[in-house]
Design a protein around this ligand. Sequence first.
Ligand code: CA
Ligand code: CA
Length: 213
Amino acid sequence: MLAPVALAAMAAAASFPPGPTIVHELTPTSRYTLHMCLPPCACPTYSLNGPIAGAMRLRLVEQTPISSRYQVAAVHWRATVQTGPIDMTGDGEYLIRYVGPAVFDQMTLDLTIQDLPWTVTGGPSSGIGEPPLALTALAMESPVAYCRQHVFSIGTRGHYLADLNADGTIDFGDFLEFLNLYNAGDRRADFNLDGAIDFNDLLEMLNEMNAGP
Ligand SMILES: [Ca+2]
Ligand SMILES: [Ca+2]
């Protein structure tokens, strides 16, 4: 049997209305490093590195007086290193904690990189805000496994998915813009990223409008 406190926590989590989806694009200074041949491998250690680009989506899913938890979804990043492109996809969470006047943030991502699963963690970034519309100098790394390690130094710029006219808010003007994109078959109307533009995307747009801000 679940304790009353646990039940209350579940009810609170279930009833929390999710916030609007924020699309975070990596900024051009974002870098990726892949360390190879780490111990216990006996080959000479070397590193590949290069810029990394792409996007991910953040959405507020839980808020308490001392923390905000954002679901991270649709991570689609491509690093370009000396041997060519390395694609990575995944999801995770972004947590902001308030301890007195201090603010801490942490990103945890479950990524698939070259067909292998990796958990990447990092933080804090600088310039933390609510909602997080920019992440600056966020350093993340994976554990060492398969004799290698993934290291990231990223920055992002965020905007609301539904803010199609880029004025910082979500309102009827964005809905009209969505209808234009929808009718034109523009891929920006593919809100659920399934490759098709259909009624499900329209429902997503309505959900985003209800979510605010
Ligand atoms: Ca707008
Ligand atoms: Ca779609």
